[in-house]
Each structure stands twice: as structure tokens, then as C-alpha cells.
Write a protein that binds this ligand. Structure first.
Ligand SMILES: Nc1nc2c(ncn2[C@@H]2O[C@H](COP(=O)(O)OP(=O)(O)OP(=O)(O)O)[C@@H](O)[C@H]2O)c(=O)[nH]1
Ligand SMILES: [Mg+2]
Length: 295
């Protein structure tokens, strides 16, 4: 106990021992330092209090950084990660359930989906990861929105389309994802306008979903490559790569050491060069079947 400490010090000390959060502890400790007697015999005490304070401040800074970190990051899986955004009740969950293996709750009340929901869609011999983004558009979703390869913007035909577009574009700007590839989708569509950039669907009955999948794949701008082992059929799911990818890009995608152990590859396709030996630099074409040889 410090020599000649006044009642203010003891009150602060009590608040410190009763504090439940780091912030409360810091405030009480600062008060203890301020009210502690400042003479020779209390030097040790003051040094100890200051040490404790800087330790608490460091811990608080770490906690603050943790809480600011985007909470939702979903490990990418499949050929691409596709995020579904739209105003509440526009049919995002209904679409996710129709396109994928997900079984997400569909509500009669707004904001049913409170956390991102994931499903896998199989299309064109490839798997795609679809993620429903909750309509709350809270900051914790930022990391996830940034990692998406494509954004499906769902517009609800039962409400004013232009107003929704404006609202969603504001969110897109706020999250700085304006440069992302996106597909506009009009849901609950009985009649479809002539806008060639918008795909009309009815997620509930499945109308327009084949056209939507086709549009998504086209918009992603990738090529599909099959791999195979000698004397085996082509492997499914296939692999999706950027346009202009080479055999080396494919090898690296399959396994980090495959490009190093690579001897040659054989490409099978519908051209007269089918079955030919190629090297790592060969530029792959959509639907090529590739047999990698390491000896
Ligand atoms: N007629 C019709 N109704 C639909 C369609 N898609 C969704 N609905 C209905 O719209 C309501 C909301 O659907 P959800 O799929 O839950 O919408 P959401 O965008 O996920 O909504 P929140 O997660 O709450 O923001 C439900 O009553 C659905 O049955 C559609 O294509 N046609
Ligand atoms: Mg939902």
C-alpha cells in the first residue's frame, strides 16, 4: 500500500480490481497513477503501475485490431467464388438453394440470412462456390466481397429496379468492389424486358437458370481444362484457368512440384494435333485434355 495515498487513489484502486474490461482497467489504472503520491517512497509503486498500464494498452491494441479484422472469410473452393448480393427478400437464398446443394432458410420476414451462406454448384464439368451475402452489407463482409471472382446482383422484379440498382451500386462503391466482374439478374420475373445485359430468372421455379449459369461462366472469362492419367478417362471435375494459361500454369495448379518434375505433356482435343507431345510453354485451349508425364 502506498504511503500517504489519498481516498481518490483507493477509490481508483477499487475500480481497477472490479473492472471487467480492458478499457475499464486502463481508465482506473490511469486514475491510480494520477492520484498516487509522488515522493521517493512511492517511486517503485509508480513504476510498477506504469508498467502494468503499458501492458494493458498493448493488449487492448491487439484486441482492437482483432475486432476490426473482416470476420467472414470463406476458403475459396472450386473453379471460382461467386457472391450473391441483393436487397432483402429479393430471393438470394432461393437462388442459392436452386443452383447448389445448399439448404438455406427462406424467410417470410426481411433479413432472414444473417451470415454468409455457401453452396457448391456443378456446371460444365466444374464446381463453383456460391456465397449469399447478407443484405445488411455490414463491414465484417468486406474481406469476403473482396475475394469474390464474380458478383451476381439480384434485382427483385416486385420492387423498383432502378432504386435497387442505385442502392446496390452505392454498396458496391462503399466496399470498393466496383471493378469486379458482375452479372445483373432480374428475379421473380414473369415478363422480361429487352435489356440484353440482364438475365431474367425465377429462382423458385427454375426458369432461366441454365441461361444464368452460361452467362456466369462467360463473364468469368476462363477456360476449362481436363487432366488425365495415361490409359485413363479424363478426370472430372475439370480445372478452370485464366485465358492464355500454359501447361506450366496447369501443372502448378495441380501440385506445386509438378512443374519441376515435368518431362512432357500430351494434349488431346478435336484438332489434327491431338495426341501430340508439348512442353511447359504450350498455350492451352478451352476443353483441352492434358496428360502430364514426369518420366
Ligand atoms: N414468386 C417468386 N418468389 C420468390 C422467388 N425467389 C424468392 N421468392 C420469395 O421471396 C421471399 C424471400 O426469398 P429469400 O430467398 O429468402 O430472399 P433473400 O434475398 O435470401 O432474403 P434475406 O436473406 O431475408 O435478405 C420468399 O418468400 C421466397 O419464397 C421467385 O423466383 N419467385
Ligand atoms: Mg437469404
Amino acid at each position: 500500500m502506498p504511503v500517504n495515498a489519498g481516498p481518490e487513489y483507493f477509490a481508483a484502486e477499487r475500480r481497477y480490481s472490479e473492472a471487467r474490461t480492458l478499457e475499464e482497467k486502463i481508465i482506473a489504472l490511469e486514475e491510480m497513477i494520477r492520484t498516487a503520491p509522488k515522493h521517493k517512497s512511492s517511486e517503485h509503486l509508480l513504476a510498477d503501475l506504469r508498467k502494468r498500464l503499458s501492458k494493458l494498452k498493448r493488449a487492448a491494441a491487439i484486441e482492437r485490431r482483432k475486432s476490426q479484422r473482416p470476420k467472414f472469410t470463406i476458403r475459396k473452393d472450386g473453379a471460382a467464388q461467386i457472391c450473391i448480393v441483393g436487397i432483402t427478400k429479393s430471393g438470394k437464398s432461393t437462388l442459392l438453394n436452386s443452383l447448389t446443394n445448399a439448404d438455406v432458410e427462406i424467410g417470410e420476414y426481411p433479413y432472414t440470412t444473417k451470415e454468409p451462406k455457401v453452396g457448391m454448384m456443378f456446371y460444365n464439368d466444374l464446381q463453383f462456390q456460391l456465397v449469399e451475402i447478407p443484405s445488411t452489407f455490414n463491414r465484417e463482409l468486406s474481406g469476403l466481397l473482396h475475394s469474390c471472382d464474380l458478383i451476381l446482383v439480384i434485382l427483385d422484379s416486385e420492387h423498383n429496379i432502378e432504386k435497387q440498382k442505385n442502392e446496390l451500386m452505392k454498396n458496391v462503391k462503399d466496399f470498393r468492389i466496383g471493378n469486379k466482374k458482375r452479372v445483373l439478374v432480374k428475379n421473380k420475373s414473369k415478363v422480361c424486358g429487352l435489356d440484353p445485359d440482364t438475365v431474367c430468372i425465377d429462382a423458385k421455379t427454375g426458369i432461366g437458370l441454365d441461361e444464368l449459369k452460361e452467362k456466369m461462366w462467360k463473364e468469368l472469362g476462363m477456360i476449362k481444362i481436363y487432366t488425365k492419367s495415361p490409359n485413363k478417362p479424363k478426370a472430372i471435375p475439370a480445372v478452370a484457368l485464366k485465358i492464355n494459361s500454359t501447361v506450366e500454369d496447369l501443372a502448378k495448379k495441380i501440385h506445386k512440384d509438378l512443374a519441376k518434375e515435368f518431362k512432357f505433356a500430351r494434349i488431346f482435343n478435336s484438332t489434327k494435333f491431338s495426341g501430340k507431345k508439348v512442353g511447359l510453354g504450350y498455350k492451352l485451349q478451352d476443353n483441352d485434355i492434358v496428360e502430364v508425364h514426369t518420366e
